[in-house]
Design a protein around this ligand. Structure first.
Ligand code: ZN
Length: 272
């Protein structure tokens, strides 16, 4: 099942993909995920149909309780940063105001010229989970989506923690679809992920290059805090970020940022 969150007649509402059309529900996706038995509700729900090509995609989850992001979690990316391999997963956070939809304009900060890209496989949590083992962690996954963890590099590195450079308003596309786990082979997903700027490929990797996979990340954070339906866990960026290119490359007004993951879809955002 493929679910979206779209803007229709002044409201944000969840929808289920049915071929090239979207069947629109009453609930917004964040609220749908908080209803017990939501997969059955989503499978059965009917409503207005809109062509997917004409839909206005909202951020996939607009009101997550938490946006948790793993840093330095692809072996190739750790190598390009020259940093030591982390012994434990490493996390930072974003705030919901950073999120934009799959085709929304991306608002470049006026205070920096170092806005960079990071394609990331992103997990949405589908049921409350605390102190879960890695072996049982995948049962908590509602589905998989795409986030570009757009990062303002100079602000990221002004201090020892990364928050400010990671959560500029209206910089972080999330979507377009929540693809539920039964759409993929059982176990950990192994998917190709890419990021392009104006059609030129900047990042290309597979999620099999993750240092800590999805079960390990969920298990680790569930020892800290209860993960709730609608919580977002971005699993980290592969190599190919602009700030580490020689010379460095960053996003400019008018650039088209395309962020894609096999089996999920793509984000296409114009920088303004
Ligand atoms: Zn990242």
């Amino acid at each position: 099942m493929r679910l979206a969150n779209i803007r229709l007649n002044g409201r944000t509402r969840a929808a289920r993909a049915d071929g090239d059309t979207l069947v629109v529900f009453e609930d917004e996706l964040t609220d749908l995920l908080r209803r017990p038995g939501w997969p059955d509700i989503a499978r059965a729900a009917g409503g207005v149909r809109v062509p997917a090509a004409e839909a206005s995609f909202a951020p996939l989850v607009t009101r997550p309780d938490k946006i948790i992001c793993a840093g330095l979690n692809y072996k190739g990316h750790i190598a390009e940063t020259g940093r030591p391999t982390p012994e434990h997963p490493f996390f930072f956070a974003k705030f919901p105001a950073a999120l934009i939809g799959a085709r929304d304009d991306l608002r470049l900060p006026t205070v920096s010229e170092q806005t960079d890209w990071e394609v990331e496989l992103t997990v949405v949590i589908g049921q409350p989970v605390r102190d879960v083992s890695a072996a049982d962690a995948l049962a908590a996954v509602a589905g998989y989506t795409i986030m570009n963890d757009v990062t303002v590099r100079d602000w990221q590195h002004r201090g020892p923690t990364w928050l400010a450079g990671k959560t500029f308003e209206a910089t972080t596309p999330l979507g377009p679809y929540l693809v539920t786990p039964e759409e993929f082979p059982p176990g950990e997903v192994d998917l190709e992920l890419t990021c392009s700027v104006n059609g030129a490929q900047m990042q290309k990797s597979r999620t099999s290059d993750l240092l800590f996979g999805v079960p390990a990340l969920i298990s680790y954070m569930s020892q800290v805090i209860t993960l709730l339906p609608g919580d977002i866990i971005a699993t980290g960026s592969p190599s190919g970020v602009g700030g580490l290119m020689k010379p460095p490359r960053f996003l400019k007004p008018g650039d088209v940022l395309t962020t894609a993951i096999e089996g999920i879809g793509e984000l296409r955002n114009v920088c303004r």
